[in-house]
Design a protein around this ligand. Structure first.
Ligand code: CA
Length: 178
């Protein structure tokens, strides 16, 4: 029965040009732009933490106005939207407590998408987004509707400051494609 549902959803998904989550395997690389934060005890802050499906790991930077993340795809992707878990959504750390509130969250962010045009040339499309602040864990959707994206860079423009640490965090970014 499950198999049949899977086949049907595949058929309808393709038929309707349905949006689907980009598999991790279609991301070639992620890296921090600017100065990375060294690991600290149990915590790591690599860009890979943004796509590991775990809200209690995050990418972080100590220099939000001079830093970011560059994501490169294996092939051009028709991006429909992003789903962002803003801040460090480790809500009840046994030692440090509410890390969402204590670390900074993204307010404004610039997106720069490298796009492969139909004639094979490469151009850059930029977009600025603003995220609401969060007091609870969860995701915010950002519409993109940009085809043939080879790479996308995230560069914070402004923050909601953390109550204890200035470090800016993003727990997860999920890419949706059509
Ligand atoms: Ca994560």
């Amino acid at each position: 029965m499950l198999k049949m549902i899977g086949v049907l959803s595949l058929v309808f998904g393709v038929g309707l040009g349905c949006t689907q989550q980009l598999p991790r395997g279609e991301i070639r690389s992620l890296r921090t732009i600017g100065k990375p934060i060294p690991n600290s005890g149990e915590f790591t802050f690599d860009a890979e933490n943004m796509v590991d499906g775990n809200l209690t790991t995050s990418w972080q930077t100590s220099t939000p106005h001079d830093s970011g993340v560059l994501v490169e795809f294996n092939n051009p992707v028709n991006l429909v939207k992003l789903r962002i878990a803003n801040g460090f959504q480790f809500m009840n750390h046994p030692r440090f407590g509410n890390l969402l509130e204590k670390n900074s969250r993204v307010r404004g962010m610039a997106l720069a998408m490298e796009v492969k045009d139909s004639d094979g040339s490469i151009s850059t499309v930029t977009k600025e987004i603003e995220l609401r602040d969060r007091t609870e864990a969860g995701y915010d959707d950002v519409a993109l509707e940009q085809n043939n994206v080879l790479r996308i860079a995230f560069k914070p423009l402004s923050i909601y400051p953390g109550s204890k640490w200035a470090d800016l965090a993003i727990s997860e970014v999920i890419f949706f494609k059509k």
